[in-house]
Design a protein around this ligand. Structure first.
Ligand code: F6R
Length: 366
């Protein structure tokens, strides 16, 4: 049942090329230049109705929502707020008939997310669910549904659900951009062609695990690990830190690199591991200067960079490269070494990877 892998988590990490391919399938036009969403059939009148998009979810799905916000704002130019469901539902949120409420849930059964969905419907919002489970409570409750088609996710730690949610958000943002006319056709076609390369690029990332295993063995003995990045790299840092915490029980913290000097830098001393993501061109130099700050305190820094980046290795201890793609799509690649790092760190510490202590796969209590 684990397909030759030692744990479901490792199997599911390795299923990601197929999972993201399945997410895309049927959603790319035959000419390969546009996105089609037969489930939605939106038009400009429908979209222009919304002055705000709200994305609401928990845990890893919330982290996917942060990336979703970036995509929708950047490509479709609609303001997006992201919130964790257990906060959103109790804050008297500003949601009405001009709000598009997107909930994200692998299981489709998370009770806070379901409650947020119901409350938003009551307030008149249009609702869309991104979920993996056909016929789940959230799928049934939402006005419209986009399935991730990732296949069953058994391990408690979410992996392929996250990458497929990112793919789906990217496609949704392109679809919205096309309807709203916020992107020229040739740019949309370019993004679609980059998207189609992602499955093979994930496979490439998965083919080079030995260095990650080595780092994980070293890290397995640490008490704290810090993850830093800016922009989309920060969103991925949050997800990487969560993975490490939940399965290896190592304390991990993700920080927006520019926020370090507002507090966390006090914790950076000799030998503390820092995972530094530096893939976003618009903030590259700024990130590099933050990396130099932690190096100056003798942190052990592992950089995550795009292929072709020869700069970062001058300033850090090791670099893990992922294939080069558009910087919007790179989170789908950079998260993979972070998933593997968490997995092998947990193995090093003898943890029960598929069933971490105190956690359940589907959180149906509030
Ligand atoms: C972390 C993890 C959880 C879930 C969260 C939401 O690896 O799996 O943080 O992402 O409990 O679950 P769903 O997506 O089923 O609503």
């Amino acid at each position: 049942e684990k397909g030759g892998f030692e744990h479901f988590m490792l199997k599911e990490i390795h299923e990601q090329p197929k999972a993201v391919r399945d997410t895309m399938s049927q959603r790319i036009a035959k000419d390969g230049k546009r996105i089609v969403m037969n489930e939605l059939k939106w038009n400009a009148d429908f979209l222009n109705n919304f002055n705000k998009v709200y994305i609401v979810a928990c845990g890893t799905a919330y982290h996917a929502g942060l990336v979703g916000k970036f995509y929708i704002e950047k490509l479709a130019r609609i303001p997006v707020e992201v919130d964790v469901a257990s906060e959103f539902r109790y804050r008297d949120p500003i949601v009405d008939e001009n709000t598009l409420l997107i909930v994200v849930s692998q299981s489709g059964e998370t009770s806070d997310t379901l409650a947020a969905l119901k409350e938003s419907k009551r307030r008149g919002a249009q609702t869309l669910a991104l979920t993996n489970v056909v016929g789940s409570s959230i799928a049934r409750e939402a006005d419209q549904v986009l399935y991730t088609w990732a296949g069953p996710e058994i391990a408690v730690a979410s992996t392929k659900a996250y990458t497929t949610q990112l793919i789906l958000f990217f496609m949704l943002a392109l679809y919205m951009a096309e309807i709203k006319g916020t992107l020229p056709d040739d740019e949309i076609a370019h993004f679609v062609s980059m998207l189609q390369q992602v499955p093979a690029q994930i496979s490439e990332t998965l083919s080079d695990v030995e260095p990650i295993k080595t780092f994980a063995k070293q890290y397995g003995f640490n008490e704290d690990v810090f993850y830093i990045g800016r922009s989309l790299d920060y969103d991925v840092a949050l997800e990487g830190a969560l993975k490490l915490k939940e399965i290896s029980y190592i304390h991990a913290e993700a920080y927006a690199a520019g926020e370090l000097k507002h507090g966390t830098l006090a914790l950076i001393v000799e030998g503390v591991p820092v995972i530094a993501l530096a893939t976003q061109k618009s903030v590259y130099e700024k990130t590099l200067s933050n990396i130099k700050e932690v190096k100056a305190r003798d942190a052990v820094v592992i950089g995550i960079a795009a292929a072709g980046d020869e700069e970062l290795e001058k300033y850090v201890d090791h670099v893990i490269h992922v294939p080069e793609t558009d910087e919007l799509l790179i989170p789908i690649l950079t998260v993979v070494p972070l998933q593997l790092l968490a997995y092998y760190a947990a193995i090093t510490r003898g943890c029960d990877v598929d069933k971490p202590r105190n956690l359940a796969k589907s959180v149906t209590v509030e």
